[in-house]
Design a protein around this ligand. Structure first.
Ligand code: GLC
Ligand code: MG
Length: 599
């Protein structure tokens, strides 16, 4: 039975990706981000784990997701919940064992799912054996001597050495990047927590270690990597001070914050691209027919730098760098014009071989439903899933989950605990609460009788849970499934064609069309009302301006975000949407000029 199912799913996956080459499966998929601590707890300790994820994999077949990306599950003292790795080739006991991982990947593949792992090359844990050895001494016999960025106290400094900070560099969490180690009589560099010393990728041995770690997972059969924090991998060797940011106003008595400086010595150094190219070539070596390995990068950076991470056709780097444009959306700036600007900024500079992608939330940012208001959460799923390119869904977005509130005393996130004065700016606990599965205790996330590592949002009792939404064909989840199916089944969503139709303060709307325009195939007009009141427009006129015409100036509402207008016919000359509503209208659109010559 299992074998037949596996064959069936394999065949199905092959059909679904028709039109895409074997090494392009990631263009047709949705990437679903799993924060492993918060997805599903199998052993009742209140923390999610690998066996929990394995037990829920069928969910992805059900909702139309075919790729999952896991935040780090490597051995870690959890100073940054797994982003402080103590062994790149082992699983942390809190998440289970290597056998649990093997079980997860084999079941995922059986179900036709791809599995992407986080890869954290910028830093390790201070408990990593490399660091433990490295900090002991700087003797030439110390094999790990140069594994980290070690620097002497500043010269010509009359203070005690530990006070002679090498330069003005400030870390992501504020304060100096330098930490003194008496044993070595040197400082080491950390761009994040003190407990996350930065690796020195200028030491060839470090590069080899990272290659070794990557090979380990590629050999296990993972389908790709998401490379963490790539901006910070290299720092300038001359250690010059960074320029002061003229737009920053320091708060007296407070340690300097990250944006007090212009980071031209500690971020986005060109060497990063060399490294990405090395990893790309390595992962290509493991890419076999129907087994292409994806590479995605993480960097919050200017558009220009971001685009450079695609590399070039001759020297490819990431398949796509995460595009965090939509992370900037908030209650204050949400509008049709703003969405258009964010979409267009990204699309206009992409060359034909650079594939777009969209992210509306993740484990480092407040959830979309909170940033822009829950009323607009469904419309943002429409946008995310129906624009050209690969969408990423942060777990829970499919049911429109909201942030939780956690007091300072209960806060788990070390980024916040380390910054008592700014903890509310830094805390990432709110967006990391457990996935809400059903109405049982802890929303079905855990069987613990005590507390889960973070509380669930109490709205799990008010319909914000998977089980209730599965049973309700007007739910956010029902909408999500429809959108995922549309993406998969409709040729219009398999191309990169995108035309903006009406764009106003309230409305962002666009047209998706298939390649074949001669046979008047199905196209889709997607309209989003990002305003605070109803909006009515003439879309026939707007199409005409684009020299396009819809057959009969009408269509059918394929999906409405509130799932209450599906299947209704709709004239295009007057379409009204409620605030926060999105409509997907199926119609047959063709070039106006050819339409004229046909009559
Ligand atoms: C990335 C991760 C974040 C982590 C940081 C340090 O930004 O997304 O969660 O804290 O890197 O590894
Ligand atoms: Mg557990």
């Amino acid at each position: 039975m299992a074998v037949i199912r596996a064959i069936y799913l394999f065949v199905l996956t092959q059909i679904l990706v028709k039109g895409l080459r074997w090494n392009e499966w990631w263009k047709g998929t949705i990437v679903y981000q799993i924060y492993p601590r918060s997805f599903m707890d199998s052993d009742g300790d209140g923390v999610g784990d690998l066996a929990g994820i394995t037990s829920r994999l069928e969910y992805f077949n059900d909702i139309g997701v075919s790729t999952i990306w896991l935040n780090p599950v490597y051995k870690s003292p959890m100073a940054d919940f797994g982003y402080d790795v103590a062994d790149f080739k082992d699983i942390d006991p809190i998440f289970g064992t290597m056998a649990d991982f093997d079980e997860l990947i084999s079941k995922a593949h059986r179900l036709g799912l791809k599995l992407v792992m986080d890869f954290v090359p910028n830093h390790t844990s201070d408990q990593h054996p490399w660091f433990v050895e490295s900090k002991k001494n700087k003797d030439s016999t110390n094999r790990y001597r140069d594994y980290y960025v070690w620097v002497d106290p500043k010269k010509n400094c009359s203070d005690p050495p530990e006070k002679c900070i090498p330069n003005n560099w400030v870390g992501l969490l504020g304060g100096t990047v330098w930490e003194w180690v008496p044993e070595r009589q040197q400082f080491y560099l950390h761009q994040f927590l003190k407990k996350q010393p930065d690796l020195n990728h200028r030491d060839p041995a470090v590069q080899l270690q990272m290659i070794d770690a990557l090979q380990f997972w590629l050999e296990k059969g993972i389908d790709g990597i998401r490379v963490d924090s790539i901006r910070f991998i290299y720092e300038n060797v001359d250690l010059d001070d960074e320029p002061i940011n003229p737009d920053y106003t320091p708060i007296p008595g407070e340690r300097p914050q990250y944006n007090s400086l212009i980071h031209n010595k500690t971020a986005d150094l060109p060497e990063v691209q060399e490294l990405l190219y090395v990893w790309r070539r390595l992962s290509d070596e493991y890419s076999r027919e129907h087994n292409y390995r994806l590479m995605v990068t993480e960097a919050y950076v200017t558009h220009k730098t971001l685009l450079s991470y695609y590399g070039t056709p001759e020297r490819p780097e990431a398949d796509f760098p995460f595009n965090f444009g939509f992370i900037d959306l908030n209650k204050e700036n949400l509008s049709g014009i703003k969405i258009h600007q964010l979409v267009n900024d990204w699309m206009k500079d992409l060359s034909p071989d650079e594939w777009p992608n969209w992210v509306i939330g993740n484990h480092d940012n407040s959830r979309i439903a909170d940033r822009i208001g829950v009323k607009y959460a469904r419309a943002l799923n429409v946008l995310n899933l129906l624009l050209p390119g690969t969408p990423t869904t942060y777990y829970g977005e499919e049911i429109a989950m909201e942030d939780i509130w956690v007091s300072y005393n209960d806060t788990q996130d070390p980024f916040a605990i380390n910054n008592p004065e700014h903890w509310e700016e830094y805390t990432r606990d709110p967006e990391r609460s457990p996935l809400q599965w059903d109405r049982s205790s802890h929303a079905g996330f855990s069987k613990t009788t005590g507390k889960a590592w973070l509380p669930v949002n109490q709205n799990y009792l008010l319909g914000i849970n998977v089980a209730d939404q599965k049973a309700d064909n007007t739910s956010a989840l029902a909408l999500y499934k429809k959108l995922a199916a549309l993406r998969k089944d409709e040729p219009a969503f398999h191309t990169n064609h995108l035309k903006y139709v009406v764009v106003t303060e309230k409305i962002f709307s666009f047209l998706r069309m298939p390649d074949d325009q001669d046979t008047k195939p199905d196209s889709f007009l997607v309209i989003i009302n990002a305003g605070t009141s109803e909006s009515t427009h003439d879309y026939t006129a707007a199409l005409k301006k684009l020299e396009l015409k819809a057959e009969g100036d009408a269509g059918v509402i394929e999906v409405s975000s509130n799932m209450d207008r599906n299947g209704k016919s709709q004239g295009l000359s007057k379409i009204s949407l409620a605030a926060g509503e999105a409509l997907i209208i199926k119609t047959s659109v063709y070039g106006f000029s050819s339409a004229v010559s046909n009559t």
